[in-house]
Ligand binder design. Structure first.
Ligand code: BES
Ligand code: ZN
Length: 869
């Protein structure tokens, strides 16, 4: 029986609700898969040993499968003995213990959605989270069904590598041209963690001995010429394994750990048990081919997927509403790991930048949802900044409040209680509370409520009594879908500075303060509260939300001078950076004068440049046009923001021109032995270079050309190329050609080449046309699409003019070919409603028109939400 592909769906009927959760009727004790790959089809045989758990039918989920045969306890069923539709196969009256056998045919060679089993060039790989496994075989494809998997993979010998999860049991020949391998994964797992790989790949090998003495074989598979680019990932893997033992007491549990690099992948990477599959962009790292930022990203993604082995795999999610249980916690863990790799302040700055530029706007617009949503149409649409980044922040708040020791007691309890189970956010909070002895149940609200809280703070200094009072008030924006918003627990890390000496006041001098402020962290756990600090001998400067201790919008009436003071004196690098950003936002959005900012940087930078060049580079951040846009809720005019921002950059370039030039010439990253120090110097040099170029000095182009020609480091090369191309320097064309010739067979480097041109401030419709019709542009490779679309989106003036048609056309095309990616890209337009007229109405009309033509649940749900303002 053949099932029509991708039927038109009506989003309205397809909503799934958390409150409707029901236990599965059958559990699967073990499953045997036999996957035979042929050039134009693949045969999947499956044997499920199932056992009844509750009354009811047995629902096996399956999509785009051609069912050849189904047997229950060795008896072939005729088509009147089961019900089959486009989504599932339902069996009634299944005995309490049964063996279900099926044979299906699938087509990985035609799979453009990159979900289930798909062919990417010469490689066959799987992507099963969240609901891809049902495109491989009929199965209760839900995360609360855990089973032991045995997998036989069979293919032509031109694919020498045959991998699946677990231990290799057997390999052998089928005939002269075909061979097979049998793998057994001893750990019970949900189907979304199943993986197999068939291809012709080389491998980098290493070993790691765990704290328990287990000798683990580590393997990273990639195409031959990329093997040298796998070394950084291998080091990061060993580092992650040690880190999880030391910080969470979690050793690895299998005898092998494999990673496979694939260039066509919807996401960054996937934590399949013992067999991670990675987008090449998140595993290949080499100074010659990849930027420093990409190298940092590779290390954090390696850690992230490795950490899932405990937070996600051994303890998994009961249902997909609990996604942030595994993702929020694992992101918090990978962020903490990365804080050990480079300046912790800079890591925090980078993580908060992402939170504020992506999650805050998401949570303030039509796509807002709680970190644990209570309904969805298409779960793929909920791998969001809110689930990931806000989810991580919730865990960070609890960890901050508990302190190292108690947090560890809490996580120990979680692993003790729930190893081998599929659990909920409630289970996590209960275990953390029980283990630490601190009741954290109020934090559940953070998981269940949408929106970024506003934290209003006012202050008063009483010179006579030498006391300083802070009044905190929290509020959440009204939300029709969530009428009963409750106050949230908000940890506020703070410090008080003596304005004259620059020193910090001690906060725990007084009894009252000792009760309320512990280690500089005040927990606001009601709508409003007042704290009074005693023995404050002179009016202080307060620094609030140090290290960004809670994901809230702070509303505090700083003077520009107080912010300038914090830029110079705050010892928490994150809040030092935050002060620059607050000040800049006022200059750019509220027309404050730039001088205090310029003076503060002049006083501060020279000392930091040598000590912590990476932090220095971040202190020079100027909020992007996109970020500034996210701070504007109506009547947004992209060109006005661009103009103001450019004016500030020009003024800044002028005011610090000699400092920029001297610094550029004095730094030599090659002399630094520490990667993070060298990375900082490279970042600084590139910033200096772009400021110098703003002065219109032709000699700067020569410096840039020289940097471009002489370096073998990708960050330096791209930094220089960007200055040449974005300023339309006479040397630009030749440099672009040179880059292309050198890297045309290096897809990740070529992505940068596409991105850089698409992001040209004056890129025109023709520029984008040229790039998207280039022979190397490929709509089957999400990385390439993201390079051009991401570049274009770097520039809101362009994105909101001809960019609108670009994104709409893309969404229309991907709606059929790859709806997961299509739906994500479309979200670039989600703030359409903030635009000034007539643009606002124009874009709305385009989106409304698009809605009539699209079919996938993914794009339909996203469009419905986007238009629901
Ligand atoms: N489990 C996800 C990968 C995933 C997400 C697969 C959605 C299918 C659908 C993985 O652990 C993950 O979160 N990857 C991130 C990178 C990570 C460092 C945050 C990704 O792919 O972007
Ligand atoms: Zn993850």
């Amino acid at each position: 029986m053949n099932i029509a592909a991708n039927p038109a769906v009506e989003a309205a009927d397809q909503t799934v609700y958390l409150k409707d959760y029901k236990k599965p009727t059958f559990l699967v004790d073990s499953v045997h898969l036999d996957i035979q790959v042929f050039q134009d089809h693949t045969i999947v045989d499956s044997i499920l040993n199932v056992k009844r758990q509750t009354e009811g039918d047995f629902v096996l989920l399956g999509r785009d499968l051609e069912l050849k045969e189904i047997k229950v306890n060795d008896v072939v069923l005729t088509s009147d003995q089961y019900q089959l539709d486009t989504e599932q196969l339902t069996l009634t009256n299944v005995p309490d213990i049964a063996v279900i056998t099926t044979r299906v045919i699938i087509h990985p060679e035609k799979n453009t959605m990159l979900e289930g089993l798909y062919q990417a060039g010469n490689l066959f790989v799987t992507q099963n989270e969240p609901e891809g496994f049902r495109k491989i075989t009929f199965y209760p494809d839900r995360p609360d069904v855990l089973s032991v998997f045995t997998t036989r993979v069979e293919a032509d010998k031109k694919y020498p590598v045959l991998l699946a999860n677990g231990n290799l049991l057997e390999t052998g020949e089928v005939n002269a041209s075909r061979h097979y391998a049998i793998w057994e994964d001893p750990t019970k797992k949900p189907s979304y963690l199943f993986a197999c790989v068939i291809g012709d790949l080389a491998v980098l090998k290493d070993r790691y001995v765990t704290s328990e003495g287990r000798d683990v074989a580590l393997e990273i598979y990639a195409i031959e010429k990329d093997i040298p680019k796998c070394k950084i990932a291998m080091e990061a893997l060993k580092h992650s394994m040690r880190w999880d033992e030391e910080h969470y007491g979690r050793p690895y549990d299998l005898d092998n750990y494999m990673i496979v690099a694939v260039s066509q992948f919807n996401m960054g990477a996937m934590e399949n048990k013992g067999l991670n599959i990675f987008n090449t962009s998140c595993v290949l790292a080499d100074e010659e081919y990849t930027t420093d930022a990409a190298i940092m990203r590779v290390q954090s993604v390696i850690a992230h997927e490795y950490f899932h082995n405990w937070t996600g795999n051994r303890i998994t999610c009961r249902d997909w509403f609990q996604l942030c249980l595994k993702e929020g916690l694992t992101v918090f863990r990978d962020q903490s790991f990365s804080e050990d790799l480079q300046s912790a302040a800079v890591q925090r700055i980078d993580d908060v930048s992402i939170l504020k530029s992506h999650q805050f706007p998401e949570d303030a617009g039509p796509l807002s949802h709680p970190p644990r949503p209570d309904h969805f149409v298409e779960i793929n649409n909920f791998y969001t900044a809110t689930v990931y980044e806000k989810g991580a922040e919730i865990n960070r708040m609890m960890a901050t409040l508990l302190g190292k020791e108690k947090y560890r007691q809490g996580t120990d309890e979680y692993f003790k209680r729930h190893d081998g189970q599929a659990v909920t956010v409630e289970d996590w909070i209960s275990a953390l509370s029980a283990g630490s002895g601190v009741d954290l149940s109020a934090f559940l609200r953070w998981y269940n409520q949408p929106g970024t809280p506003k934290l209003q703070v006012t202050h008063k200094y009483d010179a006579v009594n030498q006391s300083y009072t802070l009044v905190f008030k929290q509020s959440l924006r009204k939300n029709d879908k969530y009428p009963e918003l409750k106050p949230l627990p908000i940890p506020v890390a703070l410090a008080l500075f003596n304005k004259d000496s620059g020193e910090q006041f001690t906060l725990d001098a007084d009894d009252l303060v000792e009760n309320q402020v512990k280690d500089g962290v005040y927990l606001l756990n009601s709508e409003e509260a007042t704290v009074t600090f005693k023995n404050i001998t002179t009016e202080p400067v307060v620094s609030l939300l140090r290290n960004f201790s809670a994901p809230v919008n702070l509303d505090f009436d700083y003077t520009d001078d107080a912010l300038a003071f914090l830029i110079e004196h705050e010892t928490n690098g994150f809040n030092q950076w935050q002060a620059t950003q607050t000040l800049l936002e006022r200059i750019l959005l509220e027309d404050h004068v730039a001088q205090p900012y310029i003076d503060a940087l002049k006083n501060t930078l020279p000392n930091i440049v040598k000590k912590d060049p990476l932090l220095a580079s971040r202190l020079l951040d100027v909020p992007s046009e996109g970020y500034l846009a996210s701070r504007i809720d109506e009547n947004y005019k992209p060109d006005v923001i661009q103009e103001k921002r450019n004016a500030l950059l020009n003024a800044f370039a002028k005011a610090l021109s000699s400092f920029f030039k001297e610094t550029y010439l004095s730094l030599d990253p090659k002399l630094q032995s520490e990667f993070s120090q060298a990375m900082g110097e490279r970042a600084l040099k590139n910033i200096m270079l772009s400021y110098m170029a703003r002065q219109g000095d032709e000699a700067v182009f020569e410096l840039a050309k020289q940097q471009f020609d002489t370096t073998s480091n990708m960050s330096e090369r791209l930094g220089a190329l960007k200055v040449l191309v974005w300023n339309d320097a006479p040397q630009a064309k030749e440099a672009l050609e040179k880059f292309y010739t050198r890297f045309k067979d290096e897809p990740l480097a070529l992505d940068q080449w596409f991105m850089l041109q698409a992001a040209h401030p004056n890129a025109t419709q023709e520029t984008i046309q040229y790039l998207t019709s280039h022979p190397d542009y490929d709509l089957g490779t999400p990385n390439r699409i993201r390079a051009v679309s991401g570049g274009l989106n770097n520039n809101p003036v362009n994105a909101w003019s001809y960019g609108v048609a670009h994104f709409i056309e893309l969404a229309q095309y991907l709606d059929e070919k790859n709806p997961i990616v299509g739906s994500r890209l479309l979200q670039v337009l989600s703030r359409w409603y903030t635009l000034a007229e007539p643009k606002r109405t124009e874009v709305k009309e385009e989106l409304t028109k698009l809605k009539e033509t699209v079919k996938s649940k993914n794009v339909v749900e996203t469009l419905n939400s986007m238009l629901s303002v």
